[in-house]
Design a binder for this molecule. Structure first.
Ligand SMILES: [Zn+2]
Length: 278
């Protein structure tokens, strides 16, 4: 007795070929596009590091190259208002409990003293020298958001995060100096009256997370952290760069000058400004 007549055998073969074709071409056998390795410097970066100009806000780790080239931040200033945070107030302080949102506030809400939308479009400054790790809109509620990484004088990697911005003035990867305008105060697409949600974290990766939480995780109190690293009394503007370089007694000063260079800089500082200067 014949088990299979030729027609049945043919149908079985065609069926098997179709299943095999689908299996081989199926999505589970397609490798995800490699988005890393844009250049040799990123060779140790994990896959999915944004190398295509489309920043993502989850699991973005800094590469060894990013860490090695991170600018050293010797001083931190408030990100809004004057250098002493004048003309601003903190409407919702770090770790205040917000029952309506079901958690503690993960940053400071900085406002212009005029209240409501009077600070809409006001400049937002980089709090310290650093590099832009993220610039984008992680969600409508966060609005335009910038994350800057800083290498502190004591070797930590800190981040400052600026959220609800009206617009962003710096690209990802840019080195920014303390006081550089990185964007302007906004409303997060009209979700809130204009204010700056400002966070600080100790981290070498970007994880935007939520604005309210029951666990502080890597978040720091921005006001206290900046006060501890301002390098100037609360009622004084931060000093300019050259006096800082000459101030050897300051623990945040990492600049080592030879006596000759220090003498030269001292002479430069004593000079009268040029008539057409400033
Ligand atoms: Zn906030």
């Amino acid at each position: 007795m014949k088990l299979f007549n030729p027609i049945t055998l043919l149908l079985i073969l065609i069926g098997a070929a179709m299943v095999g074709f689908v299996w081989l071409r199926g999505p589970s056998h397609e490798l995800p596009p490699v988005e890393s390795l844009a250049n040799f410097q990123m060779a140790d970066a994990p896959l999915k590091l944004p190398a295509d100009g489309q920043p993502r806000h989850r699991l973005h780790r800094m590469s060894a190259w990013d860490l090695a080239t991170l600018p050293r931040a010797v001083r931190f200033d408030p990100p809004m208002g004057t250098e002493q945070a004048g003309l601003t107030y903190n409407a919702q302080k770090f770790w205040e409990m917000n029952n309506g949102r079901g958690g503690h506030h993960t940053g400071d809400d900085l406002n212009g003293i005029g209240g409501m939308n009077s600070d809409l479009g006001d400049p937002v400054f980089a709090a310290a020298d650093g590099r832009v790790l993220y610039a984008g809109e992680p969600s409508p509620g966060w609005g335009n958001t910038v994350v800057v990484a800083h290498h502190t004088a004591d070797g930590r990697v800190l981040q400052t995060m600026y959220a609800h911005l009206q617009n962003i003035d710096v690209p990802v990867g840019a080195a920014v100096a303390r006081g550089r305008v990185i964007g302007s105060v906004g409303t997060a697409n009209g979700y809130y009256p204009a204010h700056l949600h400002f966070e600080m974290r100790e981290s070498d990766g970007v994880d935007i997370g939520a604005g309210y939480s029951m666990n502080p995780m890597n978040r720091l109190d921005p006001e206290a952290t900046i006060a501890s690293m301002r390098g100037a009394p609360a009622d004084r503007p931060s000093p300019a760069v050259l006096p800082v370089a000459l101030d050897r007694g300051n623990p945040w000063n990492q600049v080592e000058l030879s006596p000759e260079d220090a003498a030269k800089l001292g002479e430069i500082l004593k000079r009268e400004p040029a008539a057409d200067g400033e």
